[in-house]
Design a protein around this ligand. Structure first.
Ligand code: ATP
Ligand code: MG
Length: 255
């Protein structure tokens, strides 16, 4: 089943085509990595997908529906998980409470203080499941502000999942993480259910090749390659672009 389809997408900033005639579609369960040198248009593309930026031209379809002109919150309601924004965490509340609020947020009613106890049980069970999956259950009573950076990032994913996201859009989820935290993050994203589709922008090639079932390469706003990791690795054009940047560092284009 097709989760996302993009047709002839453009985003101009003055004279610059930050995104230029981009078309692709994503099937449910895919782990899509979007890579490319600095300034290639990766973040702009994600911003177009989640509605933070308006398209200059082209259409975006999510689960068959044309969402090109929908605001971000409407897309979230349809099942698009936010990309990382640490501002969406409540630092003065516990880990568990952050998840409970996110689970509640999927209901049309506001958070109800006097819910029947059965409803709480259901929410609590869901929160336990999500926090366990992100290796945060032990930290459930800690305040978010006391968490490490990597833990906060994992909590972000659990919040996206709490809001029943079907598509996660992640921009550089491992930036600022230690090598170990980055590996842990990769494993967690990989172990998400097959009903969840992930589109991830990353410079970290260990993360990209450890995770992606498919890779799209952007260069000056255009897709110059789209295929399986081994195809991308063997692609002469991609090698040419990454040569020089990657040599010796193993970390293409990281700034
Ligand atoms: N709000 C903006 N106003 C003007 N130009 C912008 C704006 N946002 C992005 N651009 C330009 O669009 C191009 C693509 O930028 P974008 O941030 O999408 O690249 P990126 O692939 O995410 O880069 P990086 O790997 O450094 O994060 C760049 O030339 C950038 O300078
Ligand atoms: Mg970027």
């Amino acid at each position: 089943m097709e989760v996302l389809r993009v047709e002839g997408l453009f985003r101009d900033f003055g004279g610059v085509h930050a995104v230029k005639d981009v078309s692709f579609s994503v099937e449910v369960g895919e782990r899509l990595a979007i890579i490319g040198p600095n300034g290639a248009g990766k973040t702009t593309l994600l911003n177009l997908l989640n509605g933070q930026e308006k398209v200059t031209a082209g259409r975006i379809y999510f689960l068959g529906q044309d969402i090109t002109d929908l605001p971000t919150y409407r897309r979230a309601h349809l099942g698009q998980g936010r990309s990382f924004q640490l501002t969406s965490l409540f630092p003065n509340l516990t880990v568990l409470y952050n998840d409970v609020l996110a689970i509640q947020g999927t209901k049309p009613s506001r958070f109800q203080l006097f819910h029947p106890i059965t409803a709480y049980k259901h929410i609590f069970a869901k929160a336990q499941e999500l926090l366990t999956a992100m290796a945060l259950w032990e930290k459930r009573d800690d305040l978010v502000q006391a968490l490490g950076y990597g833990e906060q990032r994992r909590l972000e994913i659990s919040l996206s999942l709490a809001s029943k996201a079907k598509l996660l859009l992640l921009d550089e989820p491992s930036s600022g993480l230690t090598a170990d935290e980055s590996i842990e993050m990769t494993n967690m994203i990989r172990n998400l259910g097959a009903d969840i589709t992930v589109a991830i922008v990353a410079h970290d090639m260990d993360l990209v090749f450890g995770l992606a079932s498919r890779i799209i390469v952007l260069h000056y706003g255009e897709i110059i390659a789209d295929g399986k990791p081994e195809e991308i690795q063997a692609n002469p054009r991609v090698r040419e672009i990454y040569m020089g940047i990657e040599e010796g560092t193993g970390n293409a284009g990281a700034s």
